[in-house]
Design a protein around this ligand. Structure first.
Ligand code: GLV
Length: 327
């Protein structure tokens, strides 16, 4: 039987490509640059599946241009690069990579919180620039992490992982806001208490954002929300660009209306708002929260296994929609 033809839209681990090649005829992006939407559509001609990384937009226009496509396997837990309704209507299966990145991403969220609150990158730049001359009682004095109140907005698997780290490892008081409350046993496991968003923002020492991006969550944190936060507070965004109004955040950081921020995701990334780049009190990382070798390999493998299972007629492992029958 002929193998199904698939596209891999960016470079991935060679052994994952080899596994895919045992089951599929694979064309992969050997240049490893982002193709334009037109190039992607052209490469997808005759392909029934594609492995994407979260940077390729799958919308109605692309789907109309690629009638053979049956599955898009995202190597990411978030899938806001999918127009899910259009995919469902076009009979195209979407999959993501949940669970395999939960703990690694929670580690990173906590690392950004620590780095921002304890001014780690700011003080490192100071040292490297040769400015360190002596000890000072208040040199790079930051905010307490242990025993403080952490407010988490978006209490899915990763939010719960961060809550457990804070509550059990650092003796923090954890409060959260989410579309729906967690079941009592999950709240107990995270030692987390539900609060409305306003009270969380007003009272938390550290606010961590881990909610999915959607038109409804666009600018969950803007000027009005930043104005509610404590002047000593830290904001961490490991969710998605667009959840925070980056221009408003830069203004709040510049005017010290909040103390610090740690950001792994940005509006319009890989572009970063120039005002953020100029500020010392923000830690900036290039969307790497899930980036350990083991986790990125597990994500690539799960995306590949979704393609192999679906195209082998066994159904997707981690579906994000229930596509209508293809006509
Ligand atoms: C990364 O941002 C992901 O959604 O996995």
């Amino acid at each position: 039987m002929e193998k199904p033809a698939i596209l891999v839209a960016r470079a991935i681990f060679p052994d994952v490509l080899e596994k895919l090649a045992q089951h599929c005829t694979v064309e992969s992006n050997t240049e490893d640059r982002d193709w334009t939407p037109e190039e992607l559509a052209q490469r997808l001609q005759g392909k029934v599946g594609v492995l994407t990384t979260g940077s390729q937009r799958i919308d109605a226009g692309l789907l109309a241009a690629c009638p053979d496509l049956r599955i898009v396997a995202n190597m990411a837990v978030g899938y806001n690069n999918f127009d899910l309704d259009a995919m469902t209507r076009a009979g195209v299966q979407g999959t993501n990579t949940p669970d395999v990145l939960t703990e690694t991403t929670a580690d990173f969220g906590f690392a950004l919180l620590m780095a921002a609150a304890r001014r780690i990158t700011e003080s490192e730049h100071f040292l490297r620039a040769g400015h360190w001359k002596n000890w000072r009682y208040d040199m790079f004095a930051g905010a307490e992490v242990h025993g403080s109140r952490m407010g988490i907005i978006g209490m899915g698997r990763i939010g719960q992982g961060i809550a457990r780290r804070g509550a059990h490892g650092f003796g923090m008081e954890v409060v959260y806001h989410n579309r729906s409350r967690l079941a009592p046993d999950l709240e107990a496991a995270c030692k987390a208490r539900y609060l409305d968003k306003e009270e969380l923002l007003r009272t938390a020492d550290h606010v961590v954002l881990v909610l999915p991006y959607s038109p409804q969550s666009h600018h969950t944190i803007g000027a009005a929300e930043l104005a509610l936060m404590k002047p000593t507070a830290t904001l961490v965004n490991i969710a998605r660009g667009g959840i925070v109004d980056d221009a408003a955040l830069a203004a709040a950081l510049r005017d010290r209306r909040i103390a610090a921020a740690g950001l792994d995701v940005f509006e319009g990334e890989p572009q970063v708002h120039p005002d953020l780049l100029a500020l010392p009190n923000v830690v900036l990382t290039p969307h790497i929260a899930s980036a350990t070798v083991a986790t990125r390999r597990a994500m690539a493998m799960l995306a590949a296994d979704n393609l192999i299972a679906f195209l082998g007629g066994r159904g997707p492992l981690t579906p994000v929609n229930r596509p209508m029958a293809k006509i």
